[in-house]
Design a protein around this ligand. Structure first.
Ligand code: SF4
Length: 313
């Protein structure tokens, strides 16, 4: 039976605007379901029904023809969370890494292609003589190195890293993050680093954007965000990060976020965070707080951003 109910419109990400410099890393943080991965995929036009503009080197990616977009993909890459699942199990590592080369440099001779792939494997800390092995023969960390090698093989200028270390052991996470930072320094790569792990994001990012229910609630430099978070949601996220010193950790004031992320199909009126916010007042239910610049390079969407400081003291 067909329903006569009108379909509800779900805006997974709404009104997000930011810039990214060459050689810069922008961290995207927030709980699962806040729109981080959707935003990353929307930038690369990997999703349908995108409205807005993505200006990449003076060209709007949203209005490019499929063929023009295919050409741009050489400069724009993505690496995914689950390293093994993101690699084709029927292809050898050599074939996986070479695939983008074949697309953009179809005239490359096999011998030269193999040399480029093996050089890239060595650069990623993989053994070049394992070129004919299959993904299941590698560990999770090695599979992520293969994914990065594939993303890097055409010298991209931007890589969207979608939770690239979440599925890895902590010691391996550090290796992969350091590898990405080395590549960035060497190639002046721009990175958008998506993660719910604020320690990792702090290590790699220059600036950080905090998302809640598809909207930006805070955007500023990494050091400023951790030293002086102004949005109650950011404060709670940061307070949940354990400190390495157990004494400091014991004395730390924890801010716990109660409740669940509301459904984006039926978001709260006014401020979307108000159902979980310890500072919420009547105005929060009535008016959506705009994203305001409160000091140089620091934007916050909260009616009471100055109150959050008093509470922290
Ligand atoms: S606008 Fe109100 S509900 Fe929203 S974060 Fe600020 S104080 Fe909390």
């Amino acid at each position: 039976m067909l329903s006569s109910q009108p379909k509800a419109l779900l805006k997974a990400v709404d009104g997000v605007s930011f810039t990214l410099g060459a050689g810069e890393t922008l961290g995207l943080v927030g709980e699962s379901g806040c729109g981080k991965s959707t935003l990353g995929r929307a930038i690369l036009r990997l999703l349908p029904n995108i409205q807005g503009d993505v200006i990449w080197k003076n060209q709007n990616l949203i209005t490019l023809s499929p063929n023009e977009l295919r050409q741009k993909r050489r400069e724009l890459q993505i690496i995914f969370q689950d390293p093994l699942a993101s690699l084709n199990p029927r292809m050898t590592v050599g074939e996986i890494i070479a695939e983008p080369l074949r697309t953009f440099q179809p005239n490359l001779r096999n011998h030269d292609m193999k040399k480029i792939v093996q050089d890239m494997m060595a650069k990623m800390g993989l053994l070049p003589d394992q070129i004919n092995r299959y993904p299941h023969e590698f560990s999770g960390g090695q599979c992520q190195r293969i994914g990065i090698a594939r993303a890097m093989i055409n010298n991209p200028e931007l890589i969207i890293c979608d939770e690239p270390v979440s599925a890895l052991d902590v010691s391996i996470q550090a290796q992969i993050v350091n590898l990405l930072m080395d590549l960035q320094r060497e190639k002046n790569l721009s990175l958008i680093f998506i993660s719910h792990n604020l320690s990792v994001v702090r290590h790699i990012s220059h600036r950080i954007m905090v998302l809640y229910l598809g909207k930006v609630v805070e955007l500023t430099d990494r050091d400023r965000l951790y030293a002086n978070p102004r949005h109650p949601y950011t404060r709670a996220l940061i307070s949940a990060v354990p400190l390495p010193d157990p004494n400091k950790e014991q004395k730390k004031k924890h801010t716990v976020i109660s409740g669940e992320l509301p459904s984006p199909l039926n978001p709260p009126s006014g401020c979307a965070f108000r159902t979980r916010c310890p500072l919420a007042t009547d105005v929060c239910a009535q008016k959506t707080p705009p994203l305001e610049q409160i000091e140089p390079n620091h934007w916050v969407a909260c009616h009471h951003w100055d109150e959050s400081l008093k509470i922290a003291k």
